[in-house]
Design a binder for this molecule. Sequence first.
Ligand SMILES: Cc1cc2nc3c(=O)[nH]c(=O)nc-3n(C[C@H](O)[C@H](O)[C@H](O)COP(=O)(O)O)c2cc1C
Length: 194
Amino acid sequence: MLIQVITGTTREGRLSERVAGWVVRYLTEHTDLEIEQVDLRDHPLPFFDAPPPAKAPRDYFTAEAARLGSTLDRADGYIVVTGEYNHGYPAVLKNAMDWTFVEWTRKPIAYVGWGNVGGARAIEQLRQVAVEFEMAPLRHAVHILPDTMIAARQSTEPGDTSAFVPLEPKLKLLVDDLQWWAAALRTARRQNDN
Ligand SMILES: Cc1cc2nc3c(=O)[nH]c(=O)nc-3n(C[C@H](O)[C@H](O)[C@H](O)COP(=O)(O)O)c2cc1C
């Protein structure tokens, strides 16, 4: 089963790189899932300006949209790591979603967020977006609060994810739940395809 970890911020100096590194490491060490990191920096897209992808599934407008679409298509579930910008989710993440549609459908999605309230506002809004994509947004999330963000940033070693270790019980709940939903929905998708 393939789970993708989507890095939802792209700005210079972003924290998301460290958070994604921690999530990927945890999944690799504690599960037998296949893991793929999807960094939106590797998928530069213009602001969405194409016909609605929901109405023309996989009829990609550009090669870059096709590359993102075929990447997302592979996954059985997603963990989005996201900061919070002005009480919302990052625009780059929504823009990437708007370029695609059916690739996400009937799959689970879970969130790891950070910020003054642990990214809770961004995550709650992203759950609403997921419903429109006919996804299963999960209840369990990981919320990284400012003390942990400060501790994580203090390390000069970019791969140092030790500040997040106290949050691993929360991440375990999320991952266990995601595995259940990913397996159940993969079976259901395959039955429907027959
Ligand atoms: C444009 C912008 C807006 C922000 N707005 C919020 C906010 O509304 N709530 C919050 O908790 N943090 C906010 N922050 C602080 C972010 O939580 C912090 O910069 C975090 O590291 C963002 O994730 P990133 O480093 O991966 O970009 C904002 C940061 C930026 C750059």
